[in-house]
Design a protein around this ligand. Structure first.
Ligand code: DWN
Length: 404
């Protein structure tokens, strides 16, 4: 595949009735951290299209996944909140589906964060992960992990899975046919396939525009997922909403039909009530994004004029996008703390702000901390408690710019 390709037809239903509702210009790849402050980021177009036939929101381009994922700095185990979410998931699935000596396969298993929890609940586990650095991490923890993208071919390495989980990966996939084909091959007829994806309703209603970047190709509602799964002979029988990552849906599907839970009907009705299948619902979104940008920049400019010390916490992909889109640089935010060792010493793409360890926060003692991983605000505020006690103020960028 070339560096990137243009989307002219909907990834799910093939319709060409795609209408743009957001243009974020061109942006660097959110996880392409720089080795030096003088390095330049390559930028790619960043626009969101709405499919008038199945309501899938999707990016207008697909960047070659080898460019995005060969070496991936995001380690899901860094957040305690996320680890707890994984443990709760493993426990609740164990209660929900009882099988003897179960095997769970996790697609895009990252550093083995979710599988560690399944293992602790007595599951046999196998991960599949395209980023070599993360495979090495997972293997070190004793989590068997195959180094590959999930596809019909790679799925042949695993078979007879009782559960297949795909959390925070489905939105990253262009070839959904190959992905689901692989699931159907590897899953037991009575097995369960579970995905977890950010919910478009939360993205739109909480203006989480910084979660829109090149890794996230699709922005899901239940409706397009149901159309997609049905066309591949997978039956969605249950859905749940979870708070993780700003608001996600967990979708349960099977090959053999199961009795549909009322949650499916309820979410379908909710999406209709909220008019999420109508283009006009999305037309005001771009204005709200611009409002956040101007308030955020205004606030940081104001703090710069007052010579206030501002640092960020969480060198997240979304943080990189926010800062780059707003044209913020190290004159506004001197550095960003991240507890991921592999990110420290690097620079955020676009803004070229240095990523540092938490000791720098204690040394600099900032007046303000920008919560760039706002999905983990509570955990970060707890982690910086001594600063809070000294009177540091927190900047929350979304859903509206606020100072806490
Ligand atoms: O889908 C995706 C999601 C789930 O994860 C990806 N495409 C990439 C990634 O997005 P992100 O980087 O925006 O995710 P997070 O989980 O919001 O990133 C949080 C960042 O903050 C990480 O770099 C870890 C860091 N962090 C930290 O250093 N100390 C987080 C917490 C809670 C902490 O205490």
């Amino acid at each position: 595949m070339a560096e990137f390709k243009l989307i002219t037809e909907c990834r799910i239903c093939g319709s060409s009735k795609l209408k743009q509702y957001l243009d974020l210009g061109s942006a660097p790849l959110a996880n392409a951290l720089l080795n030096s402050s003088s390095s330049r980021s390559h930028k790619y177009p960043l626009q969101v299209l709405f499919c008038e036939d199945c309501s899938l929101s999707q990016l207008s381009i697909v960047v070659n996944p080898n460019i995005l994922y060969s070496d991936y700095p995001y380690h899901s185990s860094v957040s305690e909140t996320f680890k707890k979410h994984c443990l709760d998931m493993a426990k609740s699935l164990k209660e929900m589906f009882t099988v003897e000596d179960p095997l769970v396969v996790d697609i895009a298993s990252n550093d083995g964060c979710l599988l560690e929890q399944f293992k602790s609940c007595g599951y046999n586990v196998v991960g599949v992960e395209p980023s070599k650095n993360l495979v090495v991490k997972a293997l070190k923890k004793g989590i068997p992990t195959l180094h590959d993208f999930w596809s019909e071919e790679s799925s042949q390495e695993v078979y007879g899975a009782d559960l297949i989980t795909a959390t925070n990966v489905f939105a990253h996939v262009d070839d959904l046919k190959g992905f689901l084909g692989g699931v159907k091959k590897a899953l037991q007829p009575d097995g369960i396939f579970i995905i977890e994806v950010p919910y478009l309703y939360d993205l739109i209603s909480k203006v989480q525009f910084d979660t829109i970047y090149h890794e996230h190709l699709s922005y899901f509602l239940l409706r397009p997922l149901k159309i997609l799964f049905t066309s591949y002979g997978l039956h969605i029988f249950k859905v749940e909403r979870h708070e993780i990552h700003g608001g996600s849906i967990r979708v349960f599907a099977s090959i053999n039909k199961r009795k549909a839970d009322k949650s499916v009907r309820e979410m379908e009705a909710f999406e209709k009530k909220e008019k999420l299948h109508q283009f006009k619902t999305y037309t005001g979104f771009a204005e709200k994004v611009e409002e956040i940008k101007s308030y955020f920049v205004e606030l940081l400019e104001d703090l710069r004029r007052q010579h206030k010390k501002v640092m960020g916490y969480g060198a997240s992909a979304k943080g990189a996008m926010l800062l780059s889109y707003c044209g913020v640089d190290s004159n506004h935010i001197s550095s960003v703390v991240d507890d991921t060792k592999e990110k420290q010493g690097k620079y955020l793409p676009g803004s070229r702000i240095p990523i540092v360890d938490k000791n720098r926060l204690d040394a600099i003692n900032p007046d303000y901390i920008a919560l760039l991983a706002w999905n983990f605000s509570e955990e970060i505020i707890k982690r910086t408690f001594s600063h809070k006690a000294r009177g540091v103020k927190y900047i929350l960028p979304v859903p509206t710019v606020s100072v806490l």
